[in-house]
Design a protein around this ligand. Structure first.
Ligand code: NAG
Length: 556
């Protein structure tokens, strides 16, 4: 029995008396004797006093032997009082199913005289069946793209009872996303319809658990519940999302091709294909390669900081449903000391006068290093001991100047080596050698090999005979070293000199112009000059004949 059965009103158990009066006068009644009892009364319960209702007295009972003729063992008649008693279980639903009216009809039999009486016992429904769902829970799949207002027919519950005691309506546990309405089939039975109230978001809530309750109309009502598990299925409503909008990475310029730069990564909240991301690379210039599955970016060729210092790539992530997201990858190329300094000369003067004053400009030198930072900072120096120096003129430009005096006659040419070294680790350097020629200046006077010559001339010499040769030398070059000889002074009388001696300007040979007479002229002196023709700076030299016999002298 259901929980509501206890409230059954006993008024309902009273027999229906209208046929009773009739039965008093009609021993064989055509109208049946009617009783109405609730179902499920315990065995032995009194349905009614059958004897009394048939007009039989208690005293008559032993002889009349009142009994029930029915084969169905639902009722008996008590011998003492003639009460109609319940003798078996009276389950309305078992006996009549869903029939709206359930009545048991049978005959009561009395003997002496033999009489049959129609008896009709109506079995009334009590609310002894709660509504019951077939399953404790059931699942419903709803796509997250379903529009609000969409309806879903739900499972129905069964209730064995009839009338008001049968299933009357359905209720749903409180939910912000769903509501329930009760619908009615043409046969009057109820069924529940679920209504989607708000859009679903699988990524926010994948499952919704609701309780569906079926209620009957009993007093109090009985109920049955089932769990409604709503599975929200994926729609590709989420684009991929990169972990970072901008990726920044530094990369050394000397990494070999194939070096991993970094790995980009995007996630997608959807499921299955909708969350499978493929990566694409734009604006790569064939320098970088992207693994479309893993998002790993590698170099595909060598890099050169001096060529390109920064790359900005755009990576696109695309999910299986075609939604895309983009991120930027900024690759900063780091300089390595891979360039040696370069030395170039500007306005190089290769010929330097040997009398150039210290500090005379010889060349401008430009130093260029393609690297940056310390890798491109350069120091410049001269190799060895040379009369030159390098003076820093401005950033990366220098002047090569003379430092000290030059002497072509000592060192006619210099091989000057300039070495430029950068400050990289390790440093790189380069050298250039230039040959500088020192040009001659007439800075040397002729020098006689002897400052004095003493010459003996025998008397009576033939006129025109060579009596001596003076010789001077000059270390200068070319014209600067050409010498011509002349006689510039003598202790001979000036007018007589040319009649006594002459000198070959070219060879320095001194000739006697007449025959000398020892008794007249014993010795004389000449002063000779070795001069450079056509030049201002001449130096005087001299030859002095000391004595004609036995000797003569020459002096510078
Ligand atoms: C300078 O270098 C050249 C070429 O190597 C060489 O022939 C010459 O002798 C060098 N001169 C000096 C003064 O070292």
């Amino acid at each position: 029995m259901g929980s509501g059965a206890g409230d059954w009103g006993w008024a309902e158990r009273r027999p229906v008396l209208f046929p009773f009066l009739l039965s008093l006068f009609c021993p064989a009644l055509s109208e049946p004797l009617r009783y109405r009892i609730p179902e499920e009364m315990p065995e032995g319960s009194v349905v009614g006093n059958l004897a009394k209702d048939l007009g039989l007295s208690v005293r008559e009972l032993p002889t009349r032997k009142l009994r029930v003729s029915s084969e169905k063992p639902y009722f008996t008649v008590s011998a003492e009082r003639g009460d109609l008693l319940v003798s078996g279980r009276l389950d309305r639903e078992q006996i009549c199913g869903k029939k709206p009216v359930c009545a048991l009809e049978f005959e009561a039999v009395a003997e002496k005289p033999l009489n049959f009486y129609h008896v009709n016992v109506e079995i009334e429904d009590i609310n002894d069946h709660p509504p019951k769902f077939m399953q404790n829970s059931f699942e419903l799949q709803i796509s997250e793209s379903t529009l609000p207002g969409t309806r879903f027919i739900l499972e129905v519950a069964e209730d064995g009872d009839t009338g008001l005691n049968s299933l009357q309506n359905y209720k749903l546990s409180l939910s912000p996303s769903f509501s329930l309405i009760n619908k009615e089939k043409p046969d009057g039975s109820k069924y529940p319809e679920l209504i989607l109230e708000k859009p679903l978001d699988r990524e926010q809530q994948k499952h919704h658990r609701l309780v569906l309750t079926a209620l009957d109309g009993g007093d109090p009502p009985l109920s049955g519940t089932t769990e409604l598990q709503i599975q929200v299925t994926d729609a590709n409503d989420n684009p991929p999302v990169f972990k970072q909008d901008v990726y920044r990475v530094r990369l050394s310029e000397n990494v070999p091709p194939g070096t991993t730069v970094l790995q980009v990564s995007a996630t997608d909240l959807d499921e299955g294909l909708n969350s499978e991301i493929t990566y694409f690379l734009y604006r790569t210039g064939q320098v970088f390669h992207l693994n479309s599955k893993s998002g790993e970016i590698t170099t595909s060729r060598t890099l050169d900081y001096e060529e390109i210092k920064e790359y900005s790539l755009v990576v696109e992530g695309r999910d299986g449903g075609g939604l895309v997201a983009q991120c930027t990858v900024e690759i900063n190329i780091q300089d390595e000391n891979d360039n040696s300094p370069e030395i170039t000369f500007h306005s190089l003067v290769e010929m330097i006068l040997e009398n150039a004053v210290p500090g005379t400009l010889i060349a401008f030198i430009k130093i260029h290093d393609r690297d940056s930072g310390e890798n491109g900072e350069v120091n410049c120096r001269l190799e060895g001991q040379v009369p030159f120096q390098i003076i820093s003129s401005s950033k990366s430009s220098y002047k090569l100047v003379t430092d000290g005096t030059l002497d072509r006659e000592l060192t006619p040419e210099y091989n000057v080596t300039i070495t430029a070294t950068d400050r990289g680790k390790p440093p790189l350097s380069s050298s250039t050698t230039i040959t500088l020629h020192v040009t001659d200046v007439n800075d040397n006077a002729p020098v006689f090999q002897q400052s004095a010559y003493l010459v003996h001339v025998p008397e009576n010499n033939p006129p025109g005979a060579s009596i001596a040769q003076v010789s001077a030398s000059d270390p200068d070059l070319g014209l600067n070293s050409q010498i011509s000889y002349s006689i510039v002074a003598s202790d001979l009388e000036a007018r007589a000199l040319s009649s006594y001696v002459s000198v070959s300007a070219h060879s320095g040979v001194v000739f006697a112009q007449r025959a000398f007479d020892h008794e007249q002229l014993r010795a004389f002196e000449l002063t000779l000059q070795a001069s450079e023709p056509g030049l201002f700076r001449a130096q005087r030299g001299g030859v002095r004949a000391a004595r004609l016999r036995p000797r003569a002298a020459a002096r510078l």
